[in-house]
Design a protein around this ligand. Structure first.
Ligand code: GLC
Ligand code: CA
Length: 553
């Protein structure tokens, strides 16, 4: 299995396609759209959770890990989906949420009844002697990370919503449940697993107060036992299949840890998601702020991770978008004046890097943040809490709304735009989240008149045929250039090289060519302006607005 040749597509089932018009996307809807998916030639699809869940956090609060939630379909639908995707050579990656489970899960319900076995599945603690909560930790969705445990004098830990109780990984029974679940789905033909916030499972048994928010994260992030338990999970489940593909979602992690999690000799994971490149538009490390993105920082972060992971034999999941992020095109591109060119530039930048690229549904047609005019259009628990907190902190409703507009996770969760009709062809019922801008941006229009989709097809094809892309090392170039992100890919065993130039702006910067490549003959591997195939490299090149061009030597 060659990780470097794979491309993974992400589907948020709730928003892909609604087959029975109840306003919620479903598995049969995905089956109906397989012909569309087949056009892209991707290798695997990561599905966000569709297990039984009360949906307080859109399925990341799992009440039954072994059943499909009826709103998404049945086990039969799932089996059919897996087999029909096999027919087009696409494997399935499921989302395993093991840091926490829903408080409606039978484990938690049994615990509430006083069943000792299950009480030990969770972090239950007494209040401090002075009556304060067991620790001063904050939930990532706002408010304290502790909630009263039934009628007892205990509290349970929840790093996310209070409906998501953290699981106690020190308990071998909990770890056994996790490997049983993975093996259950493996038996159904599932080859890929994405592990939700996996580096948070290693909280200490002895929980203590933090002194500040940064130190607080360190108390429960990337602790040494995380690796120990990943190794165990690997041995007892997916590691038994040499063709499995795994990715750990790693909150606030480091390059050093990510190398350990992914280097093949460690038998942990195939790759990790890290998020530092998506924080370059945060003010003071705070998501709920507004700031134009810092291009120099973006370049530095991406280059540092590429170089570090390459040198340490680690492997990265490459992504701009997912169901938790506002659209990259709205953040780092120009959706008004150069929607197509900037979408293609972002795609090129990412797809020619070292790692395994992920495409989030809708990215391939250049979807952008929706234009909502009221806070009532938003539904995500995280952003609604943040809205309240911003108002409590003294922001006006208008200011708070503008922040939500650029940062809410609902931005990317908007239903896929299939056509220009009222609900974007997603449903004839009332969509659970409202689409906007579908008259211009939709699949039908894109396939007929657009250029982004075909450009993605080209990038995917190139990764499969070009060793420089799938296996090459990474070297950053022109790190000081204020508009252009440039890098080189090269191999140990040949003199072939790739030089990739990406203009992140709507004007036309001059770009110096590294001296060792000047005067050499190069072929143009890909160019979103489609210039000629073969050139002799000049000393410098003037790039067009949002142009991306890759030269092969
Ligand atoms: C991950 C998921 C996110 C979810 C959170 C808690 O970050 O991607 O959607 O809310 O974990 O499970
Ligand atoms: Ca439905």
């Amino acid at each position: 299995m060659d990780l470097g040749k794979k491309v993974i597509y992400q589907i948020y089932p709730k928003s892909f396609y609604d087959s029975n018009n109840d306003g919620i996307g479903d598995l049969r809807g995905i089956i109906e759209k397989i012909p569309y998916i087949a056009k892209l030639n991707i290798d695997m699809i990561w599905f966000n959770p569709f297990f039984v869940s009360p949906q307080h956090d859109n399925g990341y609060d799992i009440a039954d890990y072994y059943q499909i939630d009826p709103r998404f379909g049945t086990m039969q639908d799932f089996d059919e989906l897996v087999s029909k995707l096999k027919d087009i050579n696409v494997d399935v990656m499921l989302d395993m949420v093991f840091n926490h489970c829903s408080t409606e899960n039978k484990w938690f319900q049994e615990a509430l009844k006083g069943n000792k076995k299950y009480m030990d599945y969770f972090y239950l603690r007494k209040a401090k002697a002075n009556g304060e909560l067991p620790t001063n930790w904050q939930s990532k969705f706002g408010g304290p990370a502790w909630e009263k445990f039934g009628d007892t004098d205990l509290y349970y830990l929840h790093l996310f919503d209070k409906s998501q109780a953290d699981l106690n990984w020190h308990n071998p029974d909990v770890r056994k449940e996790a490997s049983n679940i993975v093996n259950f789905w493996r038996n159904k033909g599932v080859k890929g697993f994405r592990f939700d916030v996996l580096n948070l499972i290693g909280k200490d048994e002895n929980l203590i107060d933090s002194t500040d928010p940064i130190e607080e994260k360190k108390l429960y992030t990337d602790t040494p036992i995380v690796e120990k338990y990943i190794k165990e999970l690997n041995r007892n489940s997916f590691g038994q299949d040499p063709n499995s593909i795994t990715v750990g979602e790693m909150s606030s992690t480091t390059i050093e840890k990510s190398i350990e999690y992914t280097k093949p000799s460690n038998d942990e994971l195939s790759m990790v998601f890290a998020f530092h490149h998506l924080k370059v538009d945060y003010k003071d490390d705070n998501k709920w702020t507004q700031k134009p993105f810092d291009f120099m920082q973006l370049k530095q972060v991406l280059s540092k991770w590429q170089t570090g992971m390459d040198q340490g034999d680690g492997w990265q999941a490459l992504f701009w978008n997912n169901h938790d992020q506002p659209w990259a095109l709205s953040r780092f591109g120009d959706p008004i004046n150069y929607r197509e060119k900037s979408a293609e530039m972002l795609a090129t930048t990412l797809h020619l890097l070292r790692g395994t690229p992920y495409i989030y549904m809708g990215e391939e047609i250049g979807m952008i943040n929706p234009h909502y005019y009221s806070i009532h259009n938003y539904v995500d628990v995280e952003c609604l809490n943040a809205y309240q907190e911003l108002m409590d902190a003294g922001y006006s409703a208008h200011e708070a709304f503008n922040i939500i507009k650029t940062k809410s996770r609902d931005n990317a969760r908007v239903p896929m735009h299939w056509d220009a009709s009222r609900n974007a062809g997603f449903t004839t019922g009332k969509p659970w989240l409202k689409p906007t801008d579908q008259t211009e941006i939709n699949v039908e229009n894109e396939l007929k008149n657009g250029e982004i989709f075909t450009y993605y097809q080209k990038l995917i094809k190139l990764r499969k045929s070009e060793e420089l892309i799938s296996d090459g090392h990474f070297k950053a170039e022109l790190l000081d250039h204020p508009q252009v992100f440039a890098y080189r890919r090269y191999l140990d065993h040949s003199s072939k090289q790739l030089l990739v130039l990406n203009n992140f702006y709507g004007y036309e910067p001059w770009t110096d060519i590294p001296t060792d490549l000047q005067g050499k003959k190069a072929t143009v591997l890909i160019d979103n302006y489609g210039t000629k195939d073969c050139i002799t490299m000049p000393d410098s090149i003037k790039l067009k607005p949002y142009q991306s061009i890759a030269f092969k030597f």
